[in-house]
Design a protein around this ligand. Structure first.
Ligand code: FPP
Length: 253
């Protein structure tokens, strides 16, 4: 990321000129799809597509910060991705290790807080230690929160919330009759993040693939035909313009 003015440094209106009036989404999530097809179109191995995808993450992060988005959540590895070949899983894990190593300084310099969702312990103690160290080192940063979803599955997240509430009910700490939407939300891994406003998926596929199902209840959905490695700062700014033009009614009229 290059240095961009921080919100508290007072640039009027924000990057898109829309901040402060609800037209800039506070929380954007991205399903980064199409790395494999991007590589295939160029006769390259899938790993090259994932490397290009990691570069696109830098662009998305920069654009989110420039446009004063508060939270950017990216789907880096779904709980279904374990079905891929051992070689591809190892490529993706190596890329994450490399990215963390290279980008930690940038995150610190740009005042980005790193957060994780998903059952990331599955990646083994070494990567877990690096991930948690990065979370710890950036926890005081306030310009942007980058949430990386790793071994994340939304249905598993909701089931875990149900289990916690059931355990509390069994222990007499919670009255089952009092369990409402807020009670479930309070047990989700996203509990302390702002509501999801905009969910983007690249590559032309039109599905949520078990990503933030609960959180997407009132989010605007945007499905783009471009492949993830082609996603750049302009694409992010264009997505914000589409969002700003949408009429969010939250079920009202
Ligand atoms: C989907 O493309 C992408 C993934 C499964 C992994 C996303 C990972 C990255 C963008 C890079 C690493 C992430 C970080 C945080 C550094 P696909 O392989 O499903 O593409 P295809 O559908 O065209 O085959």
């Amino acid at each position: 990321m290059t240095s961009a003015p921080a919100p508290e440094e007072g640039i009027a209106g924000g990057g898109a000129g829309l901040a402060g009036d609800g037209r800039v989404p506070r929380h954007v999530a991205i399903i980064m799809d199409g790395n494999g097809r991007w590589a295939q179109q160029r006769g390259l191995p899938r790993a090259a597509g994932h490397r290009a995808g990691a570069e696109a993450v830098r662009h998305a992060l920069q654009a989110a910060a420039d446009n004063r988005v508060e939270v950017l959540t990216i789907y880096a590895f779904s709980s279904e991705n374990w079905r891929r070949s051992a070689e591809e899983i190892s490529d993706l894990t190596a890329l994450m290790r490399f990215y963390l190593e290279r980008e930690l300084k940038t995150l610190e310099k740009e005042r980005v807080r790193l957060r994780l969702i998903g059952d990331y312990a599955a990646f083994g103690p070494e990567l877990v230690e690096r991930l948690e160290r990065a979370v710890e080192r950036t926890k005081g940063n306030t310009r942007l929160t980058l949430v990386i979803a790793l071994n994340y599955g939304s249905q598993a997240e909701i089931a875990a919330a149900a289990r916690k509430l059931a355990a509390k009910a069994a222990a007499g700490e919670v009255d089952p009759a009092s369990i409402d939407e807020q009670a479930i939300e309070n047990e989700l891994q996203t509990r302390d993040l702002p509501p999801l406003d905009l969910l983007i998926r690249t590559s032309g596929e039109v599905r949520l693939s078990n990503f933030l199902l609960w959180q997407a209840a009132y989010a605007e959905l945007l499905f783009l035909d471009m492949l993830w490695p082609d996603f750049d700062e302009q694409a992010f700014a264009d997505a914000l313009q589409v969002y700003a033009a949408r009429n969010r009614r939250f079920g009202g009229r």
